[in-house]
Design a protein around this ligand. Structure first.
Ligand code: ADP
Ligand code: MG
Ligand code: MG
Length: 883
């Protein structure tokens, strides 16, 4: 089998379409080679080899050695060097590369092939002994850490010791002899720790590094990353072995990272950072502060150091041409890594760049406008969940700002929480429902779980492309990075800046859009939905078939839902209207009424209140459909349960506390979710439903008169299992409606339908549809009743189910399209059989979940309904499902 694919010098055995086999990095290195771009030659070991390695007890197939040998020889030819040669040694980088990028999750070894002999050759060839020994010590350090398992801090300590001894400040202060000294101490460290010497043999080094990269696929941080990003374990990683190029060969050498457009804002401008006389991870690790790439960026930012455009104009112009070529070729924003060796540019990586939700939107819209992609492609490029980020709050403009410090605006949105300095603690506090801000000097892959748990991330070191910044943007979390004035002390768990000292647990607010760090819990404000957002949403609205409504009962929710583009109300839960202070007592009087007369009196107090509620909703919805559900929950939810509350409430009900307690006891149910609720209430207390229906009709007439637009109330009967239940309630609705219309001398175009939320209703949908003009799938209850799992108790064990792989997602969050979905399909089909124009939609949590929305499109529902904030997400998901 072919385990090895070569690339470099204008051609390659692979290409960009082979990312499953070669991994993303390998496939793109091949593609760049094919495009004739300057890529150091090398070869990729396939992900199939990684699977072989794991399936065969960490061993390799017989034919691999020969293939690697050939490939190495070829790289040698292309570079005029030979691996292991004492005079012209070929040095290598060994890098991981999975099908999707897992930034910093796995290990890289640079400068491989150096040993006591070849280092001399490197010194000779470069004419720079300092550079050669620095490279060698980097190699020992990386190899010692990644392959041999010696803690990298121990190596760092040795450098610090030497700096202290010599009184140096920067790593670059060390001379060639100092580095030799470091190397000697490194070797001793390894021998002390492992009782074996650092390998001098190139072959041994190479196979050690290959094994380490394959093994890194199973290290803890890679496993965590895969779990968080739903990446299957059996994908495996490729290994990219490539000739080294050196960015640390002096002032005409450099290394850098770039995005073809700004990954934070989406602005069409080359964006990135570079470091002169530096290698590899130096930029990302935040060890020295990098310089801007473009003059424009330097002038508009606060980095005083000259830009690449100024100090290396030739390499810069070649590089910016390559950026354009690659962006055009891939038709998307690229994230690039490059190195300049003695003025000569080399491309080390390109991939589709990660970006914030805001940037994604701007880039997609601008690329469609530039004609690079179609509008449909633009729509399909936006992850609906990323819109959430845009709808994130920012710090209120008029809020009082107690500025602690300012860092880089690394990932937008604002967040408040308690300062925590350690990832584990952030995780455990978040699990207890606390809001935390994780503060670190800089983050590393070991901090991922804490970053995930935190509301926001704050670092003292590192640029816009530091680990913290990249990971936070990927997670959609606010992040302020590189706040250089902060001093963080992990042991004392304090953060200080000037004379301010904050300790663990103190509340701060960070704004990842401005870089501000503020004292306390600062008020936030809603985002503006203009510009690219409204452009894209316009395209989305043209592209989708399903309507999107909102679940809303308060005027405020209804208004914001309209701003978010809701096309009506799909679920108005009337019970929410009874919890206000002035209403709950009338409600209680109604519940505890001795007889129908007394109950009607209490209902008469509630009637004008409900009428006002509905009138407002109808006015806001201005002619759009509004589905109002009759009272659904069991009545005991409205009564007091605590002894003090009972004593307090009793007098207003003209009852003794004992008498009230007795009444409450009679309302008690063993399993209220399956008890006296839904249409069962309307059947035993029809006067409640009659009051609500009267309020609906009167409001519809009032609103129609006021707005001049016909109001279309859809009256929805909950928890129907029997057609007879619906018929009984519908007769009351029709009768009250007829009365009100007669009194007003106006007609109302109303319809009566039902929630479908019981398995029996799904099965009997044909019969029920003979009476129901619409179905609204109440998938929360339908999931509970189909699974026989109470939603309120599910969290105790569903997490274990997920961990054990018994279910792969929570069915209350994303619709179980197999089981619950099958019932919905049956109901939809049978309902349409009885009434071919029956209107059907879904309400409940699933109405805002993209995967569930895709299912709704598949079975051709008319609309989905979700909470106001999710309306844009649902619009986009509906368009994507239809395209
Ligand atoms: P990651 O997946 O973590 O980005 P990479 O495989 O991109 O890891 O390697 C990390 C860094 O190592 C690169 O950004 C680059 O600076 C450096 N590097 C990789 N290959 C080479 C090479 N052939 N020559 C010089 N530097 C390299
Ligand atoms: Mg990289
Ligand atoms: Mg329900």
């Amino acid at each position: 089998a072919q385990w090895v694919y070569g690339f470099g010098n204008g051609s390659a055995q692979g290409d960009a379409s082979m990312r499953s086999l070669l991994g993303g990095k390998g496939a793109n290195l091949a593609e760049m080679s094919n495009l004739g771009l300057p890529v150091p030659p090398g070869f990729t070991l396939t992900t199939e080899l990684c699977r072989y390695y794991y399936d065969n007890g960490h061993s390799y197939p017989e034919d691999l050695k020969a293939q690697v040998k050939d490939a190495l020889a070829k790289v040698g030819e292309q570079t005029g060097r030979r691996f292991g040669d004492a005079e012209h040694p070929l040095l290598l980088s060994v890098r991981s590369g999975a099908r999707v990028s897992m930034p910093g999750m796995m290990d890289t070894v640079l400068n491989l092939g150096l040993n006591d002999v070849t280092v001399e050759a490197l010194a000779q060839a470069s004419g720079d002994a300092r550079f050669a020994y620095d490279s060698y010590r980097r190699f020992i350090q990386m190899y010692g850490d990644v392959v041999m398992g010696v803690d990298h801090h121990d190596f760092e300590d040795i450098i610090e010791q030497i700096k202290d001894e010599r009184g140096y400040v920067l790593d670059t202060d060390l001379s060639a002899d100092d580095w030799k000294n470091v190397i000697a101490r490194y070797k001793l460290l390894i021998e002390d720790e492992l009782e074996e010497a650092f390998p001098q043999d190139g072959e041994e080094q190479l196979w050690g590094a290959i094994g380490a990269v394959f093994s890194s696929w199973m290290n803890a941080r890679a496993i965590t990353y895969r779990r968080l990003h739903d990446i299957p374990e059996d994908w495996g990683t490729g290994v990219n072995i490539q000739a080294m190029v050196f960015g640390n060969m002096g002032q005409d050498s450099a290394t850098g990272v770039a995005f073809t457009r700004n990954p934070s804002t989406g602005e069409k401008a080359l964006y990135g950072e570079f470091l002169i006389n530096a290698q590899g991870e130096d930029v990302v690790a935040g060890i020295r502060t990098p310089q801007d790439l473009t003059l424009q960026a330097r002038l508009s930012g606060h980095n005083q150091a000259p830009s690449m455009e100024e100090v290396m104009p030739k390499a810069f112009s070649e590089f910016s041409d390559i950026c354009q070529t690659l962006e055009h070729h891939y038709k998307d924003m690229q994230d690039l890594e490059f190195t300049i060796e003695r003025g000569r540019l080399w491309m080390l990586q390109t991939r589709i760049g990660k970006r914030t939700g805001k940037a994604a939107l701007r880039i997609a819209v601008e690329m469609a406008n530039e004609g690079v992609i179609s509008r449909d492609e633009a729509i399909l490029r936006i992850d609906p969940r990323s819109l959430d980020q845009l709808l994130h709050p920012t710090i209120a403009e008029d809020a009082e700002r107690n500025l602690v410090a300012k860092g880089l605006p690394a990932s937008p949105g604002a967040a408040s929480g308690q300062l925590i300095f350690h990832a584990d603690e952030a995780e455990s506090l978040a699990a207890q429902g606390r809001r935390v801000i994780l503060a670190r000097v800089e983050t590393s892959p070991e901090d991922i779980h804490g970053m995930h748990a935190a509301q926001g991330i704050l670092t003292a070191r590192g640029g816009m492309t530091s680990h913290a910044a990249v990971v936070a943007r990927g997670m959609g979390k606010p992040c302020v990075s590189g706040a250089g004035s902060l001093r963080i002390d992990y042991d004392k768990e304090i953060l200080s800046v000037g004379h301010i000292t904050l300790k663990k647990g103190d509340v701060v607010t960070i704004c990842g859009s401005s870089g501000e760090i503020l004292l306390g819990d600062v008020p936030m404000q809603k985002p503006e939905l203009t510009g690219e957002f409204s452009t894209l949403m316009g395209w989305v609205d043209e592209a989708r078939r399903m309507r999107v409504r909102c679940n809303a009962e308060t005027p405020q929710d209804a208004k914001s839902a309209r701003e978010f583009g809701a096309e009506g109300i799909g679920l108005c839960r009337t019970e929410h209207m009874f919890f206000d202070e002035d209403r709950i007592s009338a409600m209680r009087e109604m519940i505890f009424a001795e007889d129908v007369e007394a109950r009607r009196d209490a209902l008469a107090t509630l009637l004008p209140m409900q009428r006002k509620d509905f009138t407002e909703l109808f006015e806001i919805m201005a002619g759009l459909p509004v589905t109002i559900r009759l009272l659904d929950p069991p009545l005991h939810e409205f009564v007091p349960h605590e002894v003090e509350d009972i004593a307090h409430v009793a007098p207003s009900l003209r009852l003794t506390p004992e008498a009230l307690q007795a009444r409450i006891t009679t309302l008690h149910e063993f399993n209220p979710m399956l008890g006296h609720r839904g249409c069962r209430l309307a059947i035993t207390y029809p006067e409640i439903a009659e009051m609500q229906v009267r309020a609906i009709f009167e409001a519809a007439i009032t609103a129609a008169v006021k707005t001049g637009r016909a109001v279309q109330p859809e009256i929805m009967v909950p928890l129907v299992g029997l057609r007879e239940e619906l018929d009984y309630v519908k007769a009351r609705i029709d009768a009250v409606g007829a009365d009100v219309m007669a009194e007003a001398g106006r007609s109302v175009d109303y319809s009566v339908g039902t929630m479908i939320e019981l398995p029996r209703a799904c099965l009997q949908a044909r019969t029920i549809a003979e009476s129901a003009e619409f179905f609204s799938f109440g998938t929360n209850d339908l999931t509970q009743t189909t699974y026989g799992i109470s939603r309120d108790d599910a969290s105790r064990f569903l997490a274990d189910y997920q961990r054990l792989g018994i279910i792969d997602h929570d069915p209350f969050i994303s619709l179980d399209t197999n089981g619950v979905g099958e019932l919905i399909e049956i109901a939809a089909e049978r309902g349409r059989f009885a009434r071919d124009d029956i209107k059907m939609g879904i309400c409940g949590e699933h109405g805002g979940d993209p995967a569930s929305i895709e299912f709704c499109e598949k079975i051709e529902l008319d609309y989905v309904s979700c909470s106001p904030f999710r309306v844009p997400i649902a619009r986009l998901a509906a368009a994507q499902a239809y395209l």
